[in-house]
Design a binder for this molecule. Structure first.
Ligand SMILES: Cc1cc2nc3c(=O)[nH]c(=O)nc-3n(C[C@H](O)[C@H](O)[C@H](O)COP(=O)(O)OP(=O)(O)OC[C@H]3O[C@@H](n4cnc5c(N)ncnc54)[C@H](O)[C@@H]3O)c2cc1C
Length: 382
């Protein structure tokens, strides 16, 4: 099968200009951003100016009205620079689509154009200190008081947590609902809303340039008009949108695996031991052959899946399969590639060291790989 069957010449032209942009605006600065633990807002604005944020949105909201293949290209090129740019993919393909799908026309007009220009950075806050996988069990509450919801609770591990201007917060508008998920709603909280503050910027094992933070809501007064869609439907909205989120994670894992493998093939050809390149040892060749096979099979499955997703098919089970398998494979490849680099693999100067750290989280966020397996099993009728 042709790789990337859903991409046309237009997508590749777009890729070329994005890659050129990132080579100038991101690659030379990326290491510094990793040290500073933050990507500058100016990159968001520049991405927006060039049409690299939310291109799939309708033109009336400032987008280009193009298909999701362009978003695939963006996610791939961002990952090529470094996994620390994941917050942009989250903005483009995870948070903004909620507003686009479930927001009122007034909400869309109000926020979407500034999401496209990079003036508004978004985040989604589901996870709490006491609840991650068990989403229906969140404790953050929102109680209606006249024209406002009074939001109380704490969120953690929130991507773009420090920089975000608009945060989609999962909360309970009916904490006593049975079943529990029917009490979940989604509120859009803007920067500077009274009662909203940011907690610690979290110190992570990897994804150093990505800001991840705690958010605190103390009698936070959120206008009723900021409810997304209908009360009590938040869980259903999340189940709908988590598919694309998981697909984005799978895409990034596949690209990371491809990059790690390519870099390692180059390395083993140039490094010598016992008078010959280490690529001449049978162990090296077998490891590389095994990894190349995994990468190739992953690519074929992923490409087929993306094509089905773009075609509007129900891909819930296959997305869960891709998410666990591709991230799991990428983690194994990271370990094997690091080993083939010997001591240099453990040094920060070598990209494999950063990739090894960064890939670890891919089996945890967007739903852990164990949760992916529970979904697959359930959909198989177990
Ligand atoms: C870098 C980073 C960025 C993140 N960004 C965001 C974000 O932007 N927004 C957001 O809302 N969240 C975000 N998260 C949170 C992430 O989605 C959660 O960490 C994840 O869902 C797991 O929840 P938890 O950490 O509470 O683990 P837990 O749910 O406590 O799970 C702990 C372990 O138990 C296992 N487990 C739990 N339930 C089951 C089960 N039923 N069967 C088998 N095993 C099970 C898990 O698989 C895991 O191995 C981020 C996390 C990280 C690390």
């Amino acid at each position: 099968m042709k790789q990337h069957p859903y991409l046309t010449e237009d997508h590749e032209i777009f890729r070329k200009s994005l890659r050129k942009f990132l080579e100038k605006e991101a690659v030379p600065h990326y290491e510094r951003w990793e040290e500073e633990r933050m990507i500058p807002r100016s990159l968001w604005r520049k991405m927006g100016e060039q049409g690299f944020l939310c291109p799939d949105l309708d033109e009336k909201y400032g987008g280009s009205g193009v298909d999701w293949g362009f978003s695939v290209v963006i996610n791939e090129e961002l990952e090529r620079v470094g996994s620390g740019l994941v917050g942009m993919g989250l903005h483009n393909d995870i948070v903004v689509p909620y507003i686009n799908s479930f927001g009122s026309e007034v909400q869309k007009q109000r926020w979407l154009p500034r999401c496209v220009t990079g003036e508004l950075i978004t985040a989604i806050a589901m996870t709490e200190p006491g609840t991650g996988s068990d989403l229906a069990n969140i404790k953050t509450t929102a109680k209606l008081d006249g024209e406002h919801y009074i939001l109380n609770g704490q969120k953690t591990f929130i991507t773009n947590g420090i920089q975000s201007d608009l945060i989609l917060v999962a909360c309970k508008t009916d904490p006593n609902a049975i079943p529990k998920h029917k009490g979940v709603s989604l509120l859009l909280v803007e920067r500077d809303t009274p009662g909203f503050s940011r907690g610690r910027k979290l110190n992570k094992v990897g994804l150093h340039s990505q800001d991840t933070a705690e958010l605190i809501f103390e009698d936070c007064r959120v206008p009723k008009a900021n409810l997304l869609g209908e009360e009590g439907k938040g869980f259903l909205y999340m189940m709908d949108k988590l598919q694309q989120e998981r697909l984005v994670v799978a895409i990034a894992a596949q690209i990371a695996a491809e990059i790690m493998l390519r870099g390692t093939i180059e390395y083993v050809k140039s490094r010598e031991a016992f008078g010959r390149p280490i690529s001449q040892f049978q162990n090296t060749q077998f490891k590389i052959a095994e990894m190349a096979t995994e990468v190739e099979m992953g690519r074929v499955f992923l490409d087929q899946l993306i094509a089905e997703h773009i075609g509007g098919q129900n891909v819930v089970t296959k997305v869960s399969m891709a998410k666990w398998r591709l991230t799991d494979t990428a983690k194994k490849i990271a370990g094997e590639c690091l080993q083939l680099h010997g001591g240099y693999g453990y040094m920060e100067e070598y990209e494999i060291a950063r990739r090894f750290r960064d890939i670890q989280v891919s089996s945890i966020y967007a739903g852990t790989n164990e949760i992916m397996k529970t979904i697959i099993a359930k959909n198989l009728g177990l």
